[in-house]
Design a protein around this ligand. Structure first.
Ligand SMILES: NC(=O)c1ccc[n+]([C@@H]2O[C@H](COP(=O)([O-])OP(=O)(O)OC[C@H]3O[C@@H](n4cnc5c(N)ncnc54)[C@H](O)[C@@H]3O)[C@@H](O)[C@H]2O)c1
Length: 342
């Protein structure tokens, strides 16, 4: 079968990781990446020897790239004309504008969480609704928190049935290296219910979800606590068994030294993972507790890398590379090396 040709729009925090993830898929070809400015990430791409071809979006000043000797392979339209599907990781809202070109060129696209839901035909998660994405032209991926949250809730739901969840999100305020949120030292409340709970209900309408989000001045991952009500009582052991079997969930414990989000970021760096990334969410075994009939647990969300696997699942569904979630997610996992810690 011919390789699926993929392009990435926006080589920022998410785009760099999408490009690296696609490059690892043996049944896909990364045709190139597109951006607007010679950002530090683009300068790093050049210093790495341009492993990916760079294309410039409308409004880019090519002379700025020339001054830095950054090779440019063509325009955004050239890139879109050469691919089967675009992964759009431009700043929130810009993807909707880029979509006009995708429609004109008859090219499929997977958008990220910062876009409005209306940008896509299907709001997508590789594990929870892969089949809904089959053959779809435009998918929107869930946000980082929602992606990880749904992994764990869908895992319990498929194993035992879930009726209701209530979540608390302790949200990292910005990505490492960002200055645009200032030098902060405060917690900030968001109006309830948080969008992640509402989004979960869009993808899993049979689960009643609500939640509260608190912004925190940290950058190395979000933590979400979940209280889940099963159709029947789910014991701690039942929950742990289901989580252990999920390829994109890593079970960790405080006893091992995983004290919080920073331990996981450091562990990913010690593993030699590029940029300290982790594709999997971590779930603390020693956070799993029963509360009456409910089960409660805490997960860590590596916000910069968690949506990469489900985005690639999106390519597989949209291009009908695999027909089922089991086959689609398994192929993505194989090429990304997911689950090798199991
Ligand atoms: N950062 C996270 O933790 C995170 C997690 C999950 C999802 N997301 C979502 O991913 C998307 C991208 O976020 P990010 O954090 O990677 O942003 P970013 O600001 O790090 O990167 C965006 C990149 O797009 C480029 N760009 C600007 N205009 C463009 C255009 N017209 N066409 C193509 N590229 C353009 C910018 O120069 C920049 O390099 C957003 O929808 C965001 O909500 C972000």
């Amino acid at each position: 079968m011919a390789k699926i040709k993929v392009g990435v729009a926006g080589y920022g925090t998410i785009g760099q990781r999408l490009a690296d993830g696609v490059a690892l898929q043996e049944d896909m070809e990364l045709v190139g990446v597109a951006d607007l400015m010679p950002t530090l990430s683009i300068r790093a791409l050049k210093e790495k020897g341009m492993p990916y071809s760079l294309f410039l979006v409308d409004g880019a000043d090519k002379s700025k790239f020339d001054e830095l000797d950054i090779p440019v392979s063509g325009t955004f339209e050239d890139l879109v004309g050469r691919v089967d599907i675009m992964l759009d990781s431009s700043p929130g809202g810009v993807g909707a504008k880029n979509k006009e070109l995708y429609v004109k060129k008859g090219v499929k696209a997977v958008f990220q969480g910062g876009e409005k839901d209306s940008v896509a035909d299907v709001f997508f998660h590789g594990y929870a609704n892969y089949e809904k994405g089959l053959g779809a032209d435009y998918l929107k991926l869930t946000s980082c928190n929602t992606t990880g949250l749904i992994r764990s809730v869908d895992c319990l739901d498929r194993a035992y049935g879930i009726e209701k969840v209530a979540i608390t999100i302790i949200r990292r305020v910005s990505d490492p290296g960002d200055y645009h949120r200032g030098l902060t030292n405060a917690l900030q409340m968001e109006k309830a219910p948080s969008h992640q709970a509402v989004d979960l209900m869009t993808i899993m309408p049979h689960v009643d979800a609500t939640g509260i989000l608190v912004h925190t001045p940290v950058t190395h991952g979000h933590i979400i606590t979940v209280v889940a009500t099963g159709k029947k009582k789910i014991t701690g052991e039942m929950a742990l068994n289901a989580f252990k079997a999920h390829p994109r969930i890593r079970i960790v414990s405080i006893a091992e030294g995983f004290l919080g989000n920073a331990s996981l970021f450091r562990y990913a760096r010690d593993l030699g993972n590029p940029r300290g990334d982790m594709y999997e969410i971590a779930l603390w075994e020693d956070s799993i507790v029963e509360s009456g009939g409910d089960i409660m647990y805490a997960i860590n969300i590596p916000q910069e890398s968690v949506t990469i696997p489900e985005s690639i699942d999106g390519i597989r569904a949209a291009c009908r590379v695999q027909q089922t979630r089991e086959e689609g997610t398994a192929a993505t996992n194989k090429y990304l090396g997911i689950g090798k810690w199991k």
